[in-house]
Design a protein around this ligand. Structure first.
Ligand SMILES: [Zn+2]
Length: 255
């Protein structure tokens, strides 16, 4: 059987052929090494793209993709006459008189390719969006980024009675503070350290945290605002508390 280049292996791999078109291609590929190799390769690629979607696609995505495919133009329009000022009717009549020269096979193949390309574009868009969302939730930390380049950073000493070594830098332009704590003992059993921003007699929980084996806490970046009076750390029952239940072991005045 002769190789028929109008049969679309890419469209088949993306399930864009109807049953009879798929059967025709598969019958042809059974005797055509070129097409059977292409079909295997396209199907492997499509499977890899599918496997890249490790996240459950959002509800409605399938409908949105199908709607997009439905709106893709199947064939390009006939080229417009160059002279847009020419109002003569004969030109239109000539166009209308031209026979449609594309045979049905070519039209079908063209449509299949268009569908295949639309499906790949839709899939890559979804993969790209998920990659972007993954990156932004993992890495975006505008306060930390701002502190790294701020020119108005201040280093605020901890009160002398504080445990460990505490380095606090804040920046009014960023509205943020970076607190680094080391040299602290492990919290008692079933307890944790909890950091607060203190504003007058109000407290706002920032984070619960525990030191590693060397007594070093994870760095904490917190929003601070004009009027905040201190950053404090207390020892609280495991899981943290809504409000501090003990005297702070670390106090860093911010004013
Ligand atoms: Zn072939």
């Amino acid at each position: 059987m002769a190789h028929d280049p109008s049969l679309s292996t890419a469209a088949a791999a993306l399930h864009a052929l109807d049953e009879s078109e798929l059967r025709e291609l598969e019958e042809h590929a059974a005797d055509c090494a070129e097409c059977s190799t292409e079909l295997v390769e396209f199907r492997e690629t499509a499977a890899r793209l599918g496997a890249a979607l490790s996240v459950e696609p959002p509800a409605g995505m399938r409908d949105a993709v199908l709607a997009t495919i439905g709106s893709v133009r199947q064939l390009p329009p006939e080229p417009l006459p160059q002279e847009t000022t020419a109002p003569e009717l004969p030109a239109v009549q000539e166009l209308a008189a031209q026979p449609i020269s594309l045979d049905s096979r070519r039209r079908t193949t063209r449509r299949n390719w268009t569908l295949a390309v639309a499906a790949v574009v839709a899939l890559l868009t979804v993969v790209g969006a998920m990659f972007f969302i993954g990156r932004s939730t993992e890495q975006a930390d505008p306060l930390r980024d701002c502190l790294a380049t701020a020119s108005d950073e201040r280093t605020m000493p901890a009160s002398p009675s504080s445990v460990g070594t505490v380095t606090t830098t804040d920046s009014a332009s960023c509205g943020a503070a970076l607190v680094q704590i080391s040299g602290v003992p492990a919290a008692p059993a079933d307890h944790t350290y909890q950091m607060w921003v203190i504003t007058g007699d109000q407290t706002r929980s920032v984070a619960t945290m525990d030191p590693d084996d060397t007594g070093t806490m994870p760095d904490v970046v917190t929003a601070v605002h004009v009027g905040d009076t201190a950053v404090g750390v207390t020892v609280e029952p495991a899981g943290g508390s809504p409000v501090p239940t003990s005297e702070p072991v670390i106090v860093v005045p911010l004013v």
